[in-house]
Design a protein around this ligand. Sequence first.
Ligand code: ZN
Ligand code: ZN
Length: 348
Amino acid sequence: MDLHLPLSRIKLLNPEFPNKSTGIINGKSSGLLNWNDISYPQIYDLYQILLSNFWKAQEINMQDDIKQWDHLSSTEQDVFLRINTQLACLDSLQTPTMCQVMDYVTDSSFKAIFAVIAQQEAVHNESYSYILSSLVPLSEQNNRFNQAKTDPIVQKRNQLILDVYESFRENPTPQNLFKLGVNSINLEGIYFYAGFAFFYHLARQQKMLKTSTMISYIQRDEMQHAYFMAQFLRILLTENPELNTDANIEYVYNAVGQAVQLEKEWANVILRDIDGIELSEYEGYTEYLANKRLRQLGLQNLYIERANPMPWIHVFSDEMMNGTKSDFFEQKSRTYAKVTQSNGFDEL
Ligand code: ZN
Ligand code: ZN
């Protein structure tokens, strides 16, 4: 396999091939999905977890938050609207990207997961709109979206991910798919959290609790998405050892390190006027999250090992989501460990 040749867009139906795909990319697959005959049965469990998390914005009555809104300080209102629209921007990118990946992934069970993730991103997007429509008129919503589009610190933060997503759109090679997966983990598993921290901070002061309920549902989904992307990458690298190189493992550490840096910069801007969130503590939290994402990939901590410095952000913890195995890799020596198929599932 040439890592730099575009994957072909697979045909919808290939009757000569089995339903159980021979690979997640470049596999022989009929295109039909029988969940009882799939290459990685754990993917079905993940599918069930994603579906059991199903929720929709309208289930949450915003009346209490509408009453409280006028009592927030102007700084709190400003940061609230900025974060809401900036997070909506991230989800807006993720919906079409997950759909696009489906064209090149040959395993039908993985396509189904990407479809569910895309659907959930659409729900997230709607929930940000739902919150906005409860609180401010459309003209103000549009101002805030324009602000999110032109804010240089937001642009800088998102550019890293955008560049990689656009590269895959233009040139859907295995190498670009690998990079897309890594940057998806950054988006799902690191970039949302300064925003989440703000809403949970309001909630612990008993403010805007309906919004934070929605945020906690979004967080639960995002954590599951980051986890799936980690599993997807591990399988991709295991099935395609040409991708499992020292250079690519180094790419993961660098990309995660850059995302941590950008998230810290953004947090320092967006949260600097909010009393009660220690920015140095948030920086430690970002590093703590990055270590977690790397361990889910079967890699080593990039930052010092620490307990969660902001436990109040973790309404849903990774441990709670994925059972007992999340620390499996913590004891390994700090080397560029290659990904193997067997270590691909120990954290599932
Ligand atoms: Zn989302
Ligand atoms: Zn997501």
